[in-house]
Write a protein that binds this ligand. Structure first.
Ligand SMILES: [Zn+2]
Length: 249
C-alpha cells in the first residue's frame, strides 16, 4: 500500500502545482479523511526533498505562528496543518491535501512582510484544504476507475500512473473555488484577529506582479478569476459581513 500511496502523492504534487486532466470527469469522493492526510504528507515529503524548505529560522517560525492562529480560527481545525517557508524568490503559495501549506519567500517579500496580508493568503489556502478542493482535483486527475483500482490494491503500475500524470494540462482549482477561497479567507483571517481587508492589498499586489512577470505568476494564479472579479467578490463579502479595516474603511 505504501508504494501506491507514494504514486498518488506524486500526482498530488502535480495537482498542487497546477496539473489536472484536459477533460474533467464528474466529482467523486473516493479518498477518505485519513488517506487524504496521508497523501498530503507523502506529497509534502516529496516536495521537501527537492526544495529549499525552512522550518527552523526566525522567519519560518514567524510564518508558522501566523498559520497556527488562522488554522485555529478556521473551525473546526480538522487537519494537521503545517506552514512551511520555501527559500526561493517566487511569488507563490500553495497547499497540499490534508494540511501542508507552503509559502515562498518571494511572496512574503512582495507583500512587504505584512502579517495581515500573509494571514489572508494562508486563510485562502486553508479554505482549499478544508473544502477538499485539492483532493477532489486529484480524484478527477487520476480518474475514478484507476483510483478505485489503486485504492483496492489493484495492478496499476508506476508507468500507468506516470502516463496519466504526463497527460495532464495546466489548470487551477477553478473560478468558483477561488472566489470561495477569497471570501472565506476574509472570515478566517478576521477570526484570527487579522485585518480581513488585507485581501484587497494582496489582490492589488497580484495585479502588479501579473503586469511585470506573468510567467512567474501563472505557477499558481494563472487560471484564477480576474483580479478585478476577485476584488469585487472580496468587497461584497466584507460589506455583507460589516467588515472594515485599513484597505476597506
Ligand atoms: Zn486558490
Amino acid at each position: 500500500m505504501q508504494a501506491t500511496v507514494r504514486l498518488i502523492a506524486l500526482v498530488a504534487v502535480s495537482a498542487a502545482l497546477g496539473w489536472t486532466p484536459a477533460g474533467c470527469g464528474g466529482t467523486t469522493f473516493l479518498i477518505g479523511h485519513d488517506q487524504e492526510v496521508q497523501i498530503g504528507q507523502e506529497a509534502a515529503a516529496e516536495f521537501d526533498r527537492e526544495n529549499k524548505v525552512d522550518r527552523s529560522s526566525a522567519d519560518a517560525r514567524w510564518l508558522q505562528g501566523i498559520g497556527d492562529r488562522v488554522a485555529a480560527a478556521a473551525s473546526p481545525p480538522d487537519y494537521p496543518y503545517s506552514f512551511t517557508l520555501v527559500r526561493e524568490d517566487v511569488n507563490n503559495a500553495f497547499c497540499l491535501p490534508g494540511g501542508p501549506v507552503y509559502f515562498y519567500q518571494g511572496l512574503i517579500d512582495t507583500l512587504g512582510r505584512d502579517e495581515d496580508q500573509v494571514a489572508w493568503v494562508i486563510a485562502h489556502e486553508i479554505t482549499h484544504i478544508r473544502q477538499k478542493h485539492a483532493i477532489r482535483r486529484i480524484e478527477r486527475a487520476i480518474g475514478a476507475q484507476v483510483l478505485i483500482e489503486v485504492l483496492l490494491g489493484g495492478q496499476n503500475t508506476a508507468r500507468e500512473i506516470a502516463g496519466i500524470v504526463g497527460g495532464l494540462a495546466l489548470q487551477d482549482y477553478g473560478r468558483d473555488n477561488e472566489i470561495m477561497a477569497d471570501r472565506l479567507a476574509c472570515r478566517w483571517s478576521a477570526g484570527a484577529g487579522y485585518d480581513p481587508t488585507a485581501g484587497l492589498a494582496v489582490l492589488a499586489a497580484f495585479k502588479q506582479i501579473q503586469g511585470e512577470d506573468p510567467s512567474d505568476f501563472e505557477i499558481l494564479f494563472m487560471s484564477h478569476p480576474g483580479n478585478t472579479t476577485r476584488e469585487d467578490a472580496v468587497k461584497d463579502y466584507l460589506g455583507e459581513n460589516n467588515m472594515s479595516g485599513r484597505y476597506y474603511p
